[in-house]
Design a protein around this ligand. Structure first.
Ligand SMILES: [Zn+2]
Length: 207
């Protein structure tokens, strides 16, 4: 029986390792520190190869293959409500350059929020299963080194799956997480009126 080890996963780096399936890129996660090293053939510093080769705690990350990512696009197209967008996406995935054309078409349309949600959820599922298969339990990556973006991502990744999906959907559609309104129409937070009144606005103070 495997024992479960805690690992402070760097979710942003791990996510990009899962997404990047370019043939000349390999990524490795350290199972104790949670750090992710990315090696690009031809450009990587020799030290990176030595580090990976001599430290058995670095394990290679298998990115999500293009066949699987292609299947997500097909799955999404079936759910598209706007017939014109559906048609455009159907054409976009035929032949060379399908990923780029699909992305350009979907990201220019309001239904991109649904696509982002589907994609983020699939990637989360893949990362969760991978960590579980290695008997690794993600723990918060705190301490001085973690950026605000990193901590926010970490908090997201620890949400239960259903909450994760609704938060991702709200963020993708630029809706307020509290009231569900478009952020431009939301009144949950008093709006920053202008730079003239910085009182109480600690976030902007250091900028
Ligand atoms: Zn609101």
């Amino acid at each position: 029986m495997n024992t479960v080890s805690d690992v402070p996963v760097d979710w942003l780096a791990l996510e990009s390792a899962f997404e990047n399936n370019a043939a000349n890129v390999r990524s490795y996660m350290h199972t104790v520190t949670g750090d992710v090293l990315r090696v690009v053939d031809g450009t990587a510093e020799p030290g990176a190869y030595t580090r990976i080769a001599t430290d058995p705690l670095f394990i290679q990350v298998t990115p999500i293959g293009s066949r699987e990512q292609f299947a997500w696009m097909e799955l999404f197209i079936k759910t598209v409500k706007d017939p014109e967008l559906r048609e455009r996406l159907q054409c976009s995935v035929v032949g060379q350059g399908a990923f780029r054309r699909f992305k350009d078409a979907v990201m220019a349309h309001p239904e991109k929020a649904e696509w982002i949600t589907l994609r983020r959820t699939k990637i989360r599922n893949a990362m969760d299963s991978w960590l579980a298969s290695l008997s690794l339990r993600p723990v918060p990556r705190d301490g001085g080194g973690a950026s605000a973006e990193c901590r926010a991502k970490d908090a997201m990744m620890r949400l239960p799956k259903e909450d994760f999906v609704s938060v991702v959907a709200a963020l993708a559609a630029k809706r307020c997480l509290k009231c569900g309104e478009q952020r431009s129409a939301c009144v949950c937070k008093p709006k920053r009126t202008s730079a003239k009144s910085p009182v109480g606005d600690t976030k902007g103070a250091a900028e």
